[in-house]
Design a protein around this ligand. Structure first.
Ligand code: GAP
Length: 459
């Protein structure tokens, strides 16, 4: 048997469309560039990845609270955060064919017509604007948030006051972010609407560099637990000239996507930039020059030091991961093509079981046999109660086809219900393992325990 992995994005795009993971958005109207919808399996995979992140960030720690803030954002928030002035990419026009490009993506040559007759780069702000309320005028605009982080900073005081947290502590959020990317590309890698999993971890000033290192290590380990291999992961310390306007230091976690080694997550030391920028009277707190002089928020975003009783503006370490890039990375890693000894091909998505969209497929051997179908439905119901995720009743009547489909979508276990399951005592089913294709008989009375143990030991 020979094995190969996904070396082309086309393999993944085709699988995602064929099996219902990811579709181009508004496809029946020709699509809308840089936007994708998640189908029946994609939504499960994405939710599983987000749940794994939430578990590790919130439930398994004692120093992080959760939050779900609004997408529509007051323009002042994004003015004081620096996004109105600096959240830009360099844009160039092709003078010949009139197309527009991100300057650092084109190497001086139009990607459409090949012309080198390009304008000088000029800054293009990537935030989407909209209006709020029935009056549409100069002042009624707001933004769709370009990062979830700002909702965390503007709720810093609310969370602090309602939880009595002391430093160090964090606030975690998963949600949509929007960027009007000049050139969205590489499937769901660079899109205009995406999701982020962000933690703002507030620490004593002076301890930030140590925490930065800790978080880089924690996040690398987490990605490995999602099935990404060390060979395909790398850390990159961003050069000072590449840092975002708020960052003192950023470490990127890079992944070897089908199109190349690129950023999966960024871990930034945002210092006191944001809390300072959103605070009234920043000069009282000895904040640095980045703070805008006409601050008009209603709060000082600081915390009382337990010993000195002085107001301290915490520094912030921010691990910020893209959900969509995470989905693309785990799909890339899991996609396997095996050429079997008889020459046939088997596509297997070797996802970590906790990420698999379907946890168990229950397949009746004969779709028209009421006793077998009824038994299969009962088994599905019993397994569903485990709360592992989706258990699928797969009544196509073709077990071989069922196995192939579930290999392709990454279902770790298929349980086939046959005549022995209804005629023999004790009743049993065939369990087939996705990765080894090995089959074994398991008594129906042991099945719930078997599946529970499988998920406890495999994930
Ligand atoms: N709050 C910090 C922040 O937003 P970022 O590096 O601009 O930092 C964080 O974004 C992560 O969000 C990236 O590492 C990437 O995974 C994801 N991301 C950013 N822009 C994206 C886009 N256009 N499409 C998909 N994911 C994107």
């Amino acid at each position: 048997m020979t094995v190969s992995v996904a070396n082309s994005m086309n393999d993944l795009i085709a699988l995602c469309k064929r099996r219902g993971f990811i579709f181009p958005s508004s496809e029946i109207y020709g699509g809308l560039q840089g936007l994708y919808d998640y189908g029946p399996l994609g939504v499960e995979l994405k939710n599983n990845l987000k749940n794994a992140w939430w578990r590790s960030m919130v439930y398994e720690r004692d120093d992080v609270e959760g939050l779900d803030s609004c997408i529509l954002t007051n323009k002042l928030t994004l003015r004081h955060s620096g996004h109105e002035a600096t959240f830009t990419d360099p844009l160039v026009d092709c003078r010949d064919c009139k197309s527009r490009w991100r300057a650092d993506h084109v190497n001086g040559k139009c990607q459409k017509c090949g012309s080198t007759n390009l304008t000088d780069p000029r800054p293009f702000n990537m935030m989407f604007k909209t209006t709020v309320g029935p009056v549409v005028d100069e002042e009624s605009y707001a933004y769709l948030r370009p990062e979830t982080a700002q909702g965390i900073f503007t709720n810093f005081k609310n969370v602090l006051d309602s939880t009595s947290r002391k430093l160090p502590f964090g606030i975690a959020q998963i949600g949509k972010a929007f960027r009007n990317e000049i050139t969205p590309r590489n499937f769901i890698f660079r899109v205009r609407e995406f999701e982020q999993m962000e933690l703002e971890f507030f620490v004593e000033p002076g301890t930030d560099m140590e925490w930065h290192e800790t978080w880089v290590e924690t996040r690398m380990n987490w990605w490995k637990e999602q099935g990404l291999s060390s060979d395909n992961l790398q850390v990159l310390h961003q050069k000072p000239e590449d840092l975002s306007h708020y960052s003192k230091a950023t470490v990127d976690i890079l992944y070897r996507f089908p199109h190349g080694l690129e950023e999966l997550e960024g871990i930034a030391d945002r210092t006191d930039y944001d809390l300072g920028s959103h605070s009234k009277n920043p000069e009282d707190m000895g904040l640095s020059a980045h703070v805008s002089p006409n601050i008009d928020s209603t709060e000082k975003l600081s915390i009382r030091d337990a010993v000195s009783n002085k107001a301290v503006v915490p520094f912030v370490i921010e691990p910020s991961a893209g959900v969509d890039r995470g989905v693309l990375a785990v799909l890339t890693e899991a996609f396997t093509k095996e050429t079997l000894e008889n020459g046939s091909e088997r596509i297997v998505l070797k996802l970590k079981p906790h990420l698999s969209p379907i946890k168990v497929a229950v397949i009746p051997l004969a779709k028209n046999n009421p006793a077998i179908v009824e038994k299969a439905l009962q088994i599905k119901k019993d397994l569903q109660k485990l709360g592992l995720g989706r258990i699928l009743f797969e009544n196509t009547g073709n077990v071989g086809k069922g196995y192939r489909r579930h290999d392709e979508i990454g279902t770790p276990i298929c349980a086939t219900v046959d005549f022995e399951s209804i005629e023999q005592t004790p009743a049993s089913v065939t369990i087939r393992n996705r990765d080894t294709t090995a089959q074994e008989r398991i008594e129906v009375s042991n099945l719930v325990n078997y599946v529970r143990d499988f998920y406890q030991t495999q994930s």
